[in-house]
Design a protein around this ligand. Structure first.
Ligand code: LLP
Length: 447
């Protein structure tokens, strides 16, 4: 008999705050044995079947987020930023939900095409696209290429064998005060051209003079984890003014305005996320005002969310290897993954929650730091989290909100292969990406 059977009232307290719905996939519950289930599948069973660490991805949650974007932005083009998490399966789901796809390399393009995404729904990005990449994109017939440098104008014109639609990436000098590594709307950073600069004007001028290139709009990407929708309103005001300038100078009305991604998600209970309904209102108001002020025809807005589509759908499973109480120091829970499968803590100081997945602990808790298995002191997954004092080696820990920039940023440091990606949906799981083995690592080593 389980504790839950003896005290059924325990179950009513089981949905919060440990499984806060802003952080976990919507289909997350405790089962009758007190084990966490996502998409109807027991997480501990996935750990048993596929080993650990393992990325779990809830298909329903990904589709739900796509649907939310379609609902709040019915007139906009929603482009999934595939760099957040890309497998053939995911890109198929988002395409089925009516989203376009943004890729930033020949590899990402190949995956999107292999998944059957219509090239007419693909946009190519990148701050240093090699010639071969531009060629494969054009050959594949990608709809739009976002130009990031003057060199690219030259390269693209050289390889264009038919008319290619392009956007020009501008930085509108908007500081969203995010982590410096993902602050891209300011002037002094590597992407695009500063709005109003000589280089930006020259880029527009050169594109206009290239018969094979058709400038269809402007692009900006302000940064990541942005909670305040007003930044997007300001970007629209500044970019529409520039579109109007282009119209006056060249007699060409640009029909598209891509305002990038960067919408914040909650990583831990209590974190603020982007309010899509407020964002939609602010975009509408800014468009109305800017178009009226500049007597400019309303462009079609494109949005490029990555993290906001997949972050919450992901849960990473680890097995506890050991628990160490350092005299005069912290308590460390060492798990069998770490900075290889989640470098975000080391890179950006990201904070995560961690919970026991194989049982619902009801006893006392301790403050502990979940650390990884890799050979670096900075290999931390979750600092100062509450875990049961009787936590034992072999138990399964789950870290929520790990769907974005985890699989895609993973490495094989210390010769440890990357984890599999297991999707869950209506009680079934499917191995989307298999675990990387030592044989895989050796296969690239030509001796
Ligand atoms: N569009 C462009 C042009 C981008 O460069 C990015 C992300 C996005 C859209 C999507 O941004 P999102 O909605 O996912 O924030 N590795 C970092 C994030 C790097 C973002 C790079 N660009 C992290 O783990 O936080």
């Amino acid at each position: 008999m389980t504790l839950l059977e003896i005290f059924p009232s325990l179950r009513s307290g089981m949905t919060s705050p440990r499984l806060d719905s802003t952080v976990w996939p919507c289909e997350t519950h405790y089962d009758d044995l007190g084990q966490i289930t996502v998409g109807g599948v027991v997480l501990a069973d996935i750990a048993d079947q596929y080993g650990t660490p393992t990325y779990v991805l809830d298909e329903t949650e990904v589709r739900r987020r796509c649907q939310a974007y379609r609902k709040y932005f019915p007139d906009a083009e929603v482009i999934y930023a595939a760099k957040a998490m890309l497998t053939k399966g995911i890109v198929r789901w988002v395409a089925e939900e009516g989203l376009s796809v943004d890729v930033c390399s020949a590899g990402e393009l190949a995956i999107a095409l292999a998944a059957g995404v219509d090239p007419a729904r693909i946009v190519l990005h990148g701050s240093g696209k090699p010639l071969s990449e531009l060629e494969s994109a054009m050959k594949a017939g990608v709809d739009r290429i976002v130009i990031d440098s003057l060199t690219e104008v030259t390269l693209l014109s050289a390889v264009a064998t038919r008319k290619q639609q392009v956007l020009l990436r501008l930085s509108p000098d908007i500081d969203v005060h995010g982590h410096p590594a993902v602050r891209t709307g300011v002037i002094d950073q590597k992407f695009g051209f500063p709005l109003g600069s000589t280089a930006a004007k020259e880029a527009i001028d050169r594109v206009m003079r290239q018969p094979m290139l058709e400038l269809v709009g402007l692009h900006c990407h302000l940064g990541s984890q942005i909670c305040d929708p007003d930044f997007y309103g300001e970007a629209i005001r500044r970019l529409v003014a520039e579109m109007s300038r282009v119209e006056h100078e060249y007699g060409v009305t640009l029909p598209q305005l891509d305002i990038g991604g960067g919408h914040a998600v909650a990583y831990r209970c209590g974190d603020v996320e982007m309010d899509l309904s407020m964002l939609a209102d602010i975009i509408e108001d800014a468009l109305d005002a800017a178009c009226a002020l500049n007597h400019f025809a309303r462009p079609r807005i494109s949005l490029e969310p990555g993290r906001a589509i997949v972050a919450r759908a992901g849960v990473t499973l680890y097995r506890v290897m050991t628990v160490k109480h350092i005299e005069g120091g912290r308590t460390f829970v060492i798990v069998d993954g770490g900075m290889n499968d989640n470098p975000r803590v080391a890179l950006y100081g990201a904070r995560y929650d961690a919970v026991v997945a194989n049982r619902h602990p009801t006893g006392p808790h301790m403050t502990a730091t979940v650390a990884g298995r890799y050979c670096e002191a900075g290999d931390i997954l979750a600092a100062d989290v509450q875990l049961p004092t009787d936590l034992r080696p072999g138990e399964v820990l789950a870290i929520p909100c790990t769907g974005a920039y985890h699989h895609s940023l993973a490495s094989t440091y210390n010769g440890v292969g990357r984890p599999p990606v297991i999707s869950v949906h209506e009680g079934r799981c499917h191995e989307m990406i298999r675990r990387e083995t030592s044989a895989d690592l050796l296969a690239r080593d030509l001796g």
